[in-house]
Design a protein around this ligand. Structure first.
Ligand code: CDP
Length: 219
């Protein structure tokens, strides 16, 4: 089977994972949520009080973290952490963790390894720019901060996690700021990516727009 890569990058809460899952099912692609990988490292750092300023501590952390992805479940050192990685606490620390070069080197290698030779859709921040610059289809998914905060607040509500609009939008804007201004692989649109604004479109319409990009390459 020939490798076929679809990348979906964009800011926090733009709907990447919702859309990527639907497109994956539609085209029989493997879906890889790269944000969940950064979230697993962030969870480890949070639980173990890792000093992120200290290179040796970061190195030790990376040696001591084994990440496994089985279907839609995420395992950190053998433990299912699929729920824990979505809490506001992890969201609050993940961007500083993801800004560390050594962390990115390890995770990007893993992302390439997992996708090698497969038909895959990956979502993240640097997939079309750094991880797979030669991907067949590149999407940059955006939405207004207000819309993204509303969606994230709804997700928290569904899971019974307490949060208020102000703190969610503040956290999203702060994550966007760190992700876009960091030195290593900042969040940005690849020159050849198609930008889609999901604040003014339904999920079906976004899926349709991405499908058109894929169909053009396949047919
Ligand atoms: O789902 P949400 O939009 O909240 O974010 P996520 O995709 O779970 O990613 C969490 C964080 O991981 C982002 O804010 C980035 O700091 C980092 N990340 C990254 O640096 N590079 C990626 N390819 C994916 C995520």
């Amino acid at each position: 089977m020939e490798e076929f890569i679809v990348t979906v990058d964009g800011p926090a809460g733009s709907g990447k994972s919702t859309i990527a899952k639907i497109v994956a099912a539609k085209y029989g692609l493997t879906y890889l949520d790269t944000g969940a990988m950064y979230r697993m490292i962030a969870l480890y750092a949070l639980e173990n009080g890792v000093n992120l300023e200290d290179e040796k501590s970061v190195e030790a952390m990376l040696e001591n973290t084994k990440l496994d992805i089985v279907g839609n479940k995420f395992f950190l050192n053998g433990k299912d952490v699929s729920e824990e990685i979505r809490t506001p606490e992890v969201s609050g620390i993940v961007s500083p963790v993801a800004a560390i070069k050594a962390v990115r080197v390890k995770l990007v290698e893993l992302q390439r390894e997992i996708s090698k030779g497969k038909k895959t859709i990956l979502d993240g921040r640097d997939i079309g720019t750094v991880v797979f610059p030669n991907a067949q289809v590149k999407i940059f998914l955006v939405a207004s901060p207000e819309e993204r905060a509303r969606r994230r607040l709804n997700e928290y509500k569904e899971k019974g996690i307490e949060a208020d609009f102000e703190s969610v939008i503040t956290s999203i804007k702060e994550r966007d700021r760190i992700d876009s201004t960091r030195k290593e692989s900042p969040l940005m649109k690849a020159d050849d990516a198609v930008e889609i604004d999901s604040s003014v479109m339904t999920i079906d319409e976004v899926v349709q727009a991405i499908s058109e990009c894929i169909d053009k390459k396949v047919n």
